[in-house]
Design a protein around this ligand. Sequence first.
Ligand code: NDP
Length: 389
Amino acid sequence: MAKVLCVLYDDPVSGHPASYARDDLPHIASYPGGQTLPTPRGIDFTPGQLLGSVSGELGLRRFLEDQGHTLVVTSDKDGPDSVFERELPDADIVISQPFWPAYLTAERIERASRLKLAITAGIGSDHVDLDAAIRHGVTVAEVTYCNSISVAEHVVMMILSLVRNYLPAHQIVRDGGWNIADAVARSYDLEGMHVGSVAAGRIGLAVLRRLAPFDVHLHYTDRHRLPAEVEQELGLTFHPSAEDMVPACDVVTINAPLHPETEGLFGDRLLATMKRGSYLINTARARIADRDAVVRALESGRLAGYAGDVWFPQPAPADHPWRTMPHHGMTPHISGSSLSAQARYAAGTREILESWFAGSAIREEYLIVDGGKLAGTGAHSYSTSGPQA
Ligand code: NDP
């Protein structure tokens, strides 16, 4: 029987919700491109309810305990005295979400001698030291596509929010004010701007598709070029590198995984090549941008705005400079954890566990590391010998 150690974010301050703003979720038939949504044999939760926090337990308890497995759920994940540290040595499976990552460092993997499976209930497994997972034969799987559209919507919201100066204008209203000049002195139309995406994978392409009706000029860079008909349909300009793309853009959105090729990409050097007054949106991973270089670029006016939901570390300390830098539109790490997304990644986590316990293959697209090497989506989008986020 397996011990499953599940790290989830804390419940709402006022407790697990007794009711919700809406009664149901829309039916989504399939993801763009045809990949099917998660197909577990069953679920023990109501889609649309809060599953990603401790009391939600990703809807897994009954499923696991009925089969005799043990489920330990905690939000206490950091430091030598944390519940996670204490429970890890005899855990067979670790589940965690990127929003509240249980950092599986090489040292932790070393001490977790029974660990065989690390599931990311979401997308982005950079909180796991993939090299160490490869060395120790740990399978790493994530729920590919579960929240890609959720993030893409968040990116579009943040682009509009920065360019239109929405957040400061909203704050004026909340403060009882009405100075229109204050609100509009940094407000522009997105129409006609050049918008570029670093990566055109599931999220990047969905962002580009959603922006096309805004009559903007769309650019992208990626390790693999999109099919010519997609480039034509959306009017995309391909650039061989981020270095080549960003000087041409008014708005840049980062949608690549964190791995050795992308860590620190947006440092002083690359930021200096951006147009004065550019906007940078990063919902991918914080460490793709250099923390202090972003602050400097906002202070100098090189960047007119920075927004995103990814920080390092997570949770971000109270004195993290991104909380107080000028012209930012940061949120906590939430874009991929809408109630809609939670229903999908809870079901996907269950599907992965069902396959694992049955000894059958985990869907190829869910795999990041398997059999001692990068596999599935991991083999396509990640590289090794890299950063430990
Ligand atoms: P995909 O795997 O579909 O797409 C990632 C894309 O990045 C691929 O097209 C890949 O290229 C490309 N890429 C990799 N390295 C580079 C590079 N050096 N330069 C340019 N492009 C590169 O993943 P998703 O779109 O679903 O997710 C992307 C990332 O977004 C995740 O890895 C995660 O970090 C983040 N994310 C954030 C969430 C949030 O809540 N904020 C939620 C979900 C994801 P190719 O495959 O062609 O080699």
